[in-house]
Design a protein around this ligand. Structure first.
Ligand SMILES: *Cc1c(COP(=O)(O)O)cnc(C)c1O
Length: 396
């Protein structure tokens, strides 16, 4: 037997965290890391935030799980708060991002079915998108590493180039149900949609009786300095998938929709055993208590601007390695002139700085959203030191 007890699907690195404290992670042997990966944009309040820990502990002792066969005072309260703060009229809670996107796809298809147009089932999505790992969500991306060997995938998806409005328009036909898009691609390499593109998709959707579905699993929930990224584009979606930051580390996701878009989602059409159970809602409410405050969002914006400025100032000093900085708020990416995975490994192993590699040779900087200037300074110090003693793989 050579297979490991943990199915070997992740290329796990040597960092083996056993404890976290604020923006820091500690390994098995006490090694300390500045965590600017945050579990990939999940731990938005850092590790061990006292209010989140207390909310989970209190709720666990009171009532952890009941079936969705019963009324949910916890879910009703949390959903109402999300509805009050967004475009949405209704919320379906899930346990993950992929499930939130699945619900979004089902809601869109079901909308057209309810309208007597079941032929409108095709979702138009975008190149290098990431929407999760279920069969439905891998059908909405064109990335071979996620799709190969899992065919046949779900029919009814067309993938067109990101930020290419003409290509999106050309893909529309009588069977088109909606567009599915990340306002800022995360895994694809911190690539924001242009204003013209996202607004253009909204307009095309309206003109063709299609729905606009946003995947804000990574870019949403205060990450960019507004509650959701689309607020910075002056548009609203019909349906939106949310996860990652929403539970601050507790597995939680949500599919938000307008009343109109959700009109097909009636009794019996969808469900989840765990989705939105009392424990998950308690975690979600504790996170929302903090990140939903205007002052918190303003602070994300300002900290993001300072971090970005510091990164930009650093680039000319290491222009053999760094090309540019992109992103919004505290969802930032440094585009490298060489492979980002190797440099992420160097920062991690030699400089105790955790970042995440993304497509297009980008190093993702996704810190907890409650960091302060000392963490920004420490990140820049470690990044600069890392750039100074980094030997390019080609040259090694
Ligand atoms: C992480 C991610 C997902 C999938 O979330 P899971 O919780 O891993 O299922 C979907 N969409 C985007 C944009 C993501 O970043």
């Amino acid at each position: 037997m050579t297979i490991t007890p943990l199915m070997p699907v992740y290329p796990r690195c040597g960092v083996r965290p056993v404890r976290g404290e604020g923006a820091y992670l500690f390994g098995e042997n006490g090694e300390r890391y500045l965590d600017f990966a945050s579990g990939i944009a999940v731990n938005i309040l850092g590790h061990g935030h006292p209010a989140l820990v207390k909310a989970i502990a209190d709720q666990a002792a009171t009532l952890m799980h009941v079936s969705n066969l019963y009324g949910s005072p916890q879910g009703e309260r949390f959903a109402q708060r999300l509805v009050d703060k967004t475009f949405a009229d209704t919320v379906f809670f899930t346990n993950s991002g992929a499930e939130a996107v699945e619900c979004a796809i089902k809601t869109a298809r079901r909308y057209h079915y309810a309208n007597g147009q079941p032929e409108k089932h095709r979702i138009i999505s975008f190149s290098n998108a990431f929407h999760g790992r279920t069969l439905g969500t891998i059908s909405a991306t064109n990335q071979p590493k996620m799709r190969d060997g899992f065919e046949p995938l779900l029919p009814g998806f067309t993938v067109v180039p990101f930020n290419d409005l003409a290509a999106a328009e050309a893909a529309i036909g009588p069977d088109a149900a909606g567009f599915l898009i990340e306002p800022i691609q995360g895994e694809g390499g911190i690539l924001p949609a242009t204003q013209e593109f996202l607004r253009g998709l909204r307009k095309l959707a309206d003109e063709h009786g299609m729905l606009l579905i946003l995947d804000e699993v990574q870019c949403g929930y205060a990450r960019t300095g507004t509650f959701f990224a689309h607020e910075q584009y002056g548009i609203t979606p019909d349906i939106m998938a949310v996860a990652k930051g929403i539970g601050g580390g507790f597995p939680l996701g949500a599919c938000l929709a307008t009343e109109e878009a959700a009109k097909g989602m009636v009794f019996g059409t969808h469900g989840s055993t765990y989705g939105g159970n009392p424990l998950a809602c308690a975690a979600g409410e504790a996170v929302l208590d903090i990140v939903g405050e205007p002052a918190f969002l303003e602070n994300v914006k300002q900290t993001g601007a300072r971090l970005r400025q510091a990164l930009e100032q650093m680039i000319p000093n290491h222009d053999h390695l760094f090309e540019s900085v992109r992103g919004m708020g505290l969802m930032l990416g440094i585009k490298l002139k060489s492979d980002s995975r190797a440099f992420v490994g160097h920062l991690r192993d030699k400089h105790g700085l955790l970042t995440v590699a993304a497509g297009d040779n980008v190093v993702r900087i996704l810190p907890p959203l409650n960091i302060d200037d000392s963490h920004v300074a420490e990140c820049i110090e470690r990044l600069s030191a890392g750039a100074r003693d980094y030997v390019l793989p080609e040259a090694a």
